[in-house]
Design a protein around this ligand. Structure first.
Ligand code: GDP
Ligand code: IMO
Ligand code: MG
Length: 426
C-alpha cells in the first residue's frame, strides 16, 4: 500500500459492471476522478436524484461541484463526440470548467470510424462486435506512430499539416482495402478545427496536475472503462478492445508510477454479461438468460445492443483479482438475482476431463472448456432497499460469502439497485 489516497477502479469482467455508479458514489468524497484509457466506446450510467446520466468520456465525478475531472493521455478522444457530451452536460447546468484533457491523448477522426465500420463488415462471421466508434483504428495509428494528438489539433496549422500527411493514405486505405467512399479533406479539416477550438480551453498537461493532487494527499479515483477480459493483452484476444482496462493501465494512461496507487477496487456484477462477440462459457442461451437480461435491463449503454447474460464465473474473478492486484471487490446487481430458485457459480472449468482452476490464455481452448458449477439456493425477499449486509436474506449472504471464498478477495461494496442510494459498504 502506498501512503497516498488513490484508488483504481477496474471492471472485473467484460465491462458494464457498474463502474460509473461506483465511481459516482466514491466521487462524493474525492478531489479528482481520472479516465486513463478507452474512449466513447464506454457507457457509464449514473442515477442521481432520480435523473439518469449516461457518460461516455467525461469522468463520473462531473456530477459533484468540487470534484476535478481528468481525461488522461491513454484515452482516445473523438472531438465531435466529446464536444457534444460536454455541451449536453453544460445544458444540464453542470460546471465543466473542472474538466481537463491531456495534450498527449490521441484523437479519433472520421476515417477511424469508417475503418472500424468497414473492417467489422469485412470480417463477416469473425466480427469482434466493436462499438464502431473508431477506437481500434485510432489506437492502431497511435502504435504505428502516425496518430494525431490533442496538442496537434488545437493548433490549426499543425492540424492541417498532420491531416495532409495522412489523408491520401487514409483515403486509399478506405477505398482500396475496403469498398469505402473517399472522405472530404476540407470538410473534415474545417469541422474538426471547430471542435478543436471548443476543446482547447480544456487541454493541458494533466500529468502535472494529477501529480500535485496526489502528493498533496488529496483523494484521487481512477475510473476504469471496459473490463479485465476486454484488455488487449490479458483479455479474450482477439475479442477485446484496443486499450488496457487492467489496473496497470491506469498508471500508463494517466502518467503516474505504480507507487502512487494505494488500492484497487474490482467491480463485478453478481452474474456475468458480455456485449459483442467472443467466448463466454457460463452464458445462458435460454429462458433464464433472457430473464436476467430483462430483469437486469441488460442493454448496452453505448450501442443499445442486448447484453449476453450468464452465471457468475469465479474463475474470471480470481483471474481479475490476480492480474489487477485487487484489494477488494464491489458486487453490483445482486437484486437482479432475486426470485431465481437455484443460482450457480462456476468454480473451475473442465477441459478434456481435466479440472482447470485458472483462466486460460487461448480462446480456442476456452471455447472447449465447460464450467464446473456450485449450486446455491436463491432468495425471494426484495433486497432493493437493504442498507447493510445484515439486512440481506440468509441465502444472499451465503452467495456473497461464497464469492469471497472462491476469489480470496474481500467484498467491500454491494449494489442492490441502480441509484446512488442502492449500494452499501460491507
Ligand atoms: P459501467 O459501464 O461499468 O459503468 O456500467 P453500465 O452503466 O454500462 O451498466 C450497468 C447498468 O447496471 C446500468 O444500467 C446501471 O444503472 C445498472 N446498475 C448498476 N448497479 C446496479 C445494481 O446494483 N442493481 C441494478 N439493478 N442495476 C445496477
Ligand atoms: P464500459 O466502460 C462493454 C466491447 C465491444 C466489443 C469490444 C471491442 O461501458 O464497460 P471497441 O469498440 O472497444 O473496439 O469494441 O469491446 N466494449 C465494451 N463492452 N462495456 C464497455 O465499456 C465496452 N467498450 C468496448 O462490445 O466486444
Ligand atoms: Mg458500460
Amino acid at each position: 500500500m502506498s501512503k497516498y489516497n488513490t484508488t483504481v477502479l477496474v471492471g472485473a469482467q467484460w465491462g458494464d459492471e457498474g463502474k460509473g455508479k461506483i465511481a459516482d458514489i466514491l466521487a462524493e468524497n474525492a478531489d479528482m476522478i481520472v479516465r486513463a484509457q478507452g474512449g466513447n466506446n464506454a457507457g457509464h450510467t449514473i442515477i442521481a436524484n432520480g435523473k439518469t446520466f449516461k457518460l461516455h468520456l467525461v469522468p463520473s465525478g462531473i456530477l459533484y461541484p468540487n470534484c476535478d475531472c481528468i481525461i488522461g493521455m491513454g484515452t482516445v478522444i473523438d472531438p465531435k463526440a466529446l464536444t457534444e457530451e460536454i455541451k449536453a452536460l453544460v445544458k444540464l447546468g453542470l460546471n465543466l470548467s473542472r474538466l481537463k484533457i491531456d495534450l498527449r491523448a490521441h484523437v479519433i477522426l472520421p476515417y477511424h470510424i469508417e475503418q472500424d465500420i468497414l473492417s467489422e463488415t469485412a470480417l463477416n462471421n469473425l466480427k469482434i462486435g466493436t462499438t464502431k466508434k473508431g477506437i481500434g483504428p485510432a489506437y492502431m495509428d497511435k502504435t504505428k506512430r502516425s496518430g494525431i494528438r490533442m496538442c496537434d489539433i488545437i493548433d490549426p496549422l499543425t492540424f492541417k499539416q498532420k491531416l495532409e500527411q495522412t489523408w491520401e493514405y487514409k483515403n486509399k486505405y478506405l477505398t482500396q482495402m475496403y469498398d469505402g467512399t473517399k472522405l472530404d479533406f476540407t470538410k473534415t479539416l474545417n469541422e474538426y478545427r471547430e471542435y478543436a477550438q471548443f476543446l482547447k480551453p480544456y487541454a493541458i498537461d494533466t500529468t502535472i496536475l494529477l501529480y500535485k493532487t496526489i502528493v498533496s494527499g488529496k483523494s484521487v479515483i481512477f475510473e476504469g472503462a471496459q473490463g479485465t477480459l476486454l484488455d488487449l493483452d490479458v483479455g479474450t484476444y482477439p475479442f477485446v478492445t484496443s486499450s488496457h482496462p487492467v489496473a496497470g493501465g491506469a498508471c500508463v494512461g494517466s502518467g503516474i508510477g505504480p507507487t502512487f496507487i494505494n488500492s484497487v477496487l474490482g467491480i463485478a456484477k453478481a452474474y456475468t454479461t458480455r456485449v459483442g462477440a467472443g467466448p463466454f462459457i457460463t452464458e445462458l442461451d435460454d429462458d433464464l438468460g433472457r430473464h436476467i437480461q430483462e430483469v437486469g435491463q441488460e442493454i448496452g449503454t453505448t450501442t443499445g445492443r442486448s447484453r449476453r447474460c450468464g452465471w457468475l464465473d469465479a474463475v474470471i474473478l480470481r483471474f481479475a483479482a490476480r492480474v489487477n492486484g485487487l484489494t477488494s471487490l464491489a458486487i453490483n446487481k445482486l437484486d437482479t438475482l432475486t426470485n431465481i430458485p437455484v443460482l450457480k457459480i462456476a468454480t473451475s472449468y473442465n477441459f478434456k476431463n481435466q479440472v482447470i482452476d485458472d483462466f486460460v490464455a487461448d480462446v480456442n481452448q476456452l471455447q472447449h472448456c465447460t464450467p464446473i458449477y456450485r449450486d446455491f439456493e436463491g432468495w425471494t425477499q426484495d433486497i432493493r432497499q437493504c442498507k447493510s449486509f445484515k439486512e440481506l436474506p440468509k441465502n444472499a449472504k451465503l452467495y456473497l460469502q461464497a464469492i469471497q471464498e472462491l476469489t480470496q478477495c474481500p467484498i467491500s461494496m454491494v449494489g442492490v439497485g441502480p441509484s446512488r442510494e442502492q449500494c452499501f459498504y460491507m
